[in-house]
Design a protein. Sequence first.
Length: 249
Amino acid sequence: MAIVCKSAAEIEKMRRAGHLVRQILDALRDAVAPGISTMDLERMAERMIRDAGAKAAFKGYYDYPCVLCTSINQEIVHGIPNEKRILRPADVVSIDCGAVLDGYFGDAAVTVPVGEIGAEVRKLLAVTEASLHRGIAAALNGNTVGDSGSAGRRSVEANGFSVVREFVGHGIGTRMHEDPQVPNYGAPGRGAKLRPGMVLAIEPMVNAGLPGAVVLEDGWTAVTEDGSYSAHFEHTVAIAEDGPVILTQ
């Protein structure tokens, strides 16, 4: 699949989709509390997507059953909402949401603490979110996807954490996954060259321990190989002449 550069009008449509995703994630962040289930979050998101006249990006994608991915503690990504998964104090939950509006996709993720969390887990969340913004800052016209990935990776590893290798960011537009792939561990100067009109989902996944991941028997939920906690933050970002533009801000 060739890399597709979007027009200003297409990027504006993606901004609207991204804005909806951000509204949903903000509402879900506020709703996170001990005692609620990940299915409670799922129902909220499904209702907001429906009320906006949009479609869920994830539900039905390779037969995925839900509109959200909700990944708790050692779960890295693709955790399936479930009535029996109750959030407890000191948990963290990564919430990944995608929506399609007027034919264009928005995709973003946040990791949210459930009540008070320990200092090391707070640091994990802060470092992961900072690595996302370092990656975005390096997503400049003329740079490469490797420049973006390596910018985020360096800050992660300097803090003693590790970047997951099995899952990467991606191009996005009228499909959820387009070229190019955007590794969060890239090397400077490597990979596709960035140019105006490209739109990327940049999404570091960071483990407190080793980088290894294992997919559970449900075929979706990826967990850390060593049982350490994991965090995930994501934005949809357009490459412009004068710098990156976050569409899910």
